[in-house]
Design a protein around this ligand. Sequence first.
Ligand SMILES: [Mg+2]
Length: 286
Amino acid sequence: MGDFQTVARPQTLENTSIEIIHETERAKVQHALFDFDGTISLIRDGWQSVMVPMMVDILLEETQTDETPEELERIVVEFVDRLTGKQTIYQMIQLCEEIEKRGGVPKPPLEYKDLYNNLLLPTVDKRIAKLERGEIEAPDLRVPMSLEFLQCLQKRSIKRSLASGTDVEFVRHEAGLLGVASYFDGGIFGALREYQNFSKAMVIQQILDDFNLTGGELLVVGDGSVEIENAKAVGAIAVGVTSVENNRYQMNADKRGRLLRAGADILIPDFRDGARLLTYLFDRGQ
Ligand SMILES: [Mg+2]
């Protein structure tokens, strides 16, 4: 942010849904890094409605707490939301800490993560099956116009990479089903069982090193504060996506606020004005 001005009040690019929060140096971007869930994919939409009740049940069953389910839900919603964008394991590590705080003896975090993945699987599989049977179309499970945005970047010879806190094998499979996998010529990265070997910050650093880029030559696009903060830490241009997610907990009620606080330079609801965003980013004098 340092060298660039914060626009006093966010400005909307004329006749678009694009909000400019900070002026950035333009026409330099060579590489774009995308988050997956909530940024491109809606296959896992609603995952919070699986994770939160699972954790509340575990806290009730595996500890002696006298908190009510409602009180526990508030606590779980807070940390699940705060840790969104990091690998799922970090939400499970926090769960383990909450179990310990209440006098319980937690299982290893990976066991809770496997349990969560198994609980979420039917939802994901149902959507995938419908997709394969043609009952729903791939565009219905993509954030609007995300594929078209990737195509526009390709036309401009901007490299594209993907980094997700979801396990990498799921991300590869789901990106394939959504018809976007082949667009990530810079690589598809995701969570690993050896979780210390992956983070979005690590992927960002690797891209800067591998492609010999300065921060300002990288565009980071995501709907979580984690990737926006990681982007700003290296001086990349951060585009926050205020996509609508379905969950029972109003978790995205303040998505815009959180992306702003994380330091997003630009906010978009989805990619409906993606072509215009690229004109703004690449064509001087626009
Ligand atoms: Mg996301």
